[in-house]
Design a binder for this molecule. Structure first.
Ligand code: SF4
Length: 90
């Protein structure tokens, strides 16, 4: 019985998408003063550098779509991660 359980647990595998599922247009973001994406993202996915560029911590993304809606300049390119997961902790 225990062996059967361990065999089944062994089936839990994550196929992590190696490519970022969010990209921003650096040329647009650097001119954006409001940085709405930072304000609305509940997961802290977007971070501004002192020079105005945006760093995307895509592994934090909850896929809620808030930043996509909030960005008035169409800078964000988003796709759902392949296999349903963008990052695996640990
Ligand atoms: S993603 Fe949109 S809201 Fe965020 S900094 Fe770039 S242009 Fe501004």
């Amino acid at each position: 019985m225990m062996v059967e359980l361990l065999k089944r647990l062994g089936l839990n595998k994550y196929n992590v998408d190696p490519k970022p599922h969010i990209e921003v247009d650096e040329n647009i973001c650097i001119k954006c003063k409001e940085k709405f994406c930072i304000r609305v993202c509940p997961a802290g996915t977007y971070e501004a550098l002192p020079d105005g560029r945006i760093v995307v911590h895509y592994e934090r993304c909850l896929e809620c779509g808030a930043a996509l809606v909030a960005c008035p300049y169409g800078s964000i390119k988003f796709r759902f991660p392949e296999n349903g997961i963008s990052y695996r902790y640990g």
